[in-house]
Ligand binder design. Structure first.
Ligand code: PLP
Length: 458
């Protein structure tokens, strides 16, 4: 059918999406038959579906809509850059937005992380970070130092390499990844520590996991350790205090590059440009970011490399080429959007705002645990939150337990709030511009949803 020139009906759109659009992470049960909510318009923290119903965007898109929707300035900047210079090959040229943005990012990263390689999103930023580590070791004449340490429940993206180091769906994917390149550390979630164990002792155990793995595999074979400051897609897991500092020290002692994947935590989610140094007190060797960099207005990611790593690569003997890049690396329109996004965040002091509303957000989150006995744990930091249902005691409650996230999301959706369900958890990360009264609106709906869902667990 030729669709040009015809205004599609609602029925057309449902059918075309179902028949021709394979969405990411589609379950094969729904291959070709899933129906997705069609969102038509958005403003601030709200989305409207095709029927005109309004929802609070609890997940903030996919952890990315920092400055909120409907920003005229973003539209103007994007259209002006399209008319001025919509595309330039990054292999041959640079552009003003790419140069300015690289400088702006370098000014906001910790320590000596001053070199920015632009990518198309988070997965390609992670891919670049890993390739940088492998490239450095090749240049240093130790190509066997190529294994990456990832973590259970870590999520790093969907390219082959980023998926390889992702611990989250490790046992669920039905295709092999580059298994020889990766080793995983077990769960760091303090909530899952053995009964009676203190959080400090749990931290010691988690640090020991890394030491033991290095001893087993051999530091001379390990190129990098990759960690999200907070494991977000794994269920907003905040590691025990001191964990990041101690693991970084171990990496440094073993000449293993520390890659901090700040695709979610970067650009304000925790009230700072980056969480590594300002929240967790570490200066990694490489930081990856994406999402909040443009607030989701356009795709863009970045891999930010320290001067130390750059110097080691440059000063190794002989010439070589870093065979890594994308047609859209440093895309001028995406870079212009990111610059405007950062300008807006600065002008409106969005980082200060997040720091200011975080206690209220986290307080309302913790009230949910006090009010509902089916909750096993609530956790988060900044404008990141997760509710985890307590484990089921028998087969029936086990079934209900694993469906908790979906049940809560369904109940809240009815009442105008979207969440992100992950098995027995529901997570949320609203736009950073959310006001205290909108935080109340969000948690009031969540509590009403919890009251409804709790009935299924009596
Ligand atoms: N790294 C982290 C921590 C993420 O959460 C994600 C996506 O959610 C990615 C990498 C992949 O980013 P993208 O989907 O932009 O490729």
């Amino acid at each position: 059918m030729n669709t040009l020139g015809n205004t599609p009906t609602d029925g057309d759109l449902v059918a075309w999406d179902r028949d021709h659009h394979l969405h990411p992470w589609a379950g094969t049960g729904g291959f070709g038959s899933d129906e997705y909510m069609r969102v038509n318009t958005a403003d601030g923290i709200y989305l409207w579906d095709a029927a005109g119903k309004r929802y609070i965007d609890g997940p903030g898109g996919m952890w990315c809509t920092q400055i909120g929707y409907g920003r005229q300035e973003m539209a103007d900047t994007i259209s002006q850059q399209v008319m001025k210079m919509p595309y330039a090959s990054p292999w041959s040229f640079t552009t003003e937005p790419a140069a300015v943005l690289a400088r702006m990012i370098a000014e906001r990263t910790p320590g000596d992380l001053n070199t920015v390689h632009f990518t198309t999103g988070g997965s390609t930023a992670v891919d670049t970070a890993l390739r940088t580590a492998l490239f450095m070791n090749k240049r240093l004449g130790r190509p066997e130092k190529r294994i990456v340490i990832g973590r259970e429940k870590g999520y790093h993206g969907s390219t082959f390499l980023a998926a390889t180091v992702t611990g989250k769906e490790r046992f669920e994917t039905s295709f092999e990844k580059a298994q020889d390149l990766v080793h995983f550390l077990p769960d760091v979630n303090p909530y899952h520590r053995p009964e009676g164990m203190s959080v400090d002792a749990w931290c010691d155990a988690k640090v020991a996991d890394l030491e033991n793995l290095i001893a087993d595999v051999g530091a001379d074979r390990i190129a990098a350790f990759i960690a999200e400051p907070i494991l977000c897609s794994g269920g907003v897991i905040v590691p025990p205090p001191g964990y990041h500092k101690r693991t970084l020290e171990i990496c440094r002692a073993n000449d293993i590059l520390y890659i901090s994947d700040e695709v979610v935590t970067g650009f304000g989610r925790l009230g700072h440009w980056f969480a590594s140094e300002d929240v967790f007190g570490i200066v990694p060797d490489i930081i990856t970011c994406a999402k909040g960099l443009t607030s989701g207005y356009l795709p863009l990611g970045a891999c930010i490399i320290s001067d130390t790593v750059m110097k080691r690569i440059a000063e190794a003997p002989g010439d070589d080429v870093f065979y890594n890049g994308y047609t859209y690396s440093g895309h001028p329109v995406s870079c212009a959007a990111a610059i405007k996004n950062i300008e807006i965040m600065e002008r409106e002091d969005i980082l200060g705002h997040v720091q200011c509303v975080t206690p209220h957000f986290q307080d309302r989150l913790h009230q949910i645990k006090e009010k509902f006995s089916i909750v096993g744990d609530v956790r988060g930091d900044g404008l990141l939150g997760c509710i985890e249902c307590r484990p089921g005691l028998n087969v029936e409650s086990y079934e209900a337990h694993v469906k908790f996230g979906q049940k809560l999301d369904d109940a809240c959706e009815e009442m105008g709030l979207l969440l992100r369900p992950f098995g027995n958890m529901a997570v949320f990360s609203p736009p950073l511009i959310i006001t205290p009264s909108q935080i109340d609106e969000m948690f009031d709906i969540m509590e009403a949803g919890m009251a409804q869902v709790s009935k299924d667990y009596d």
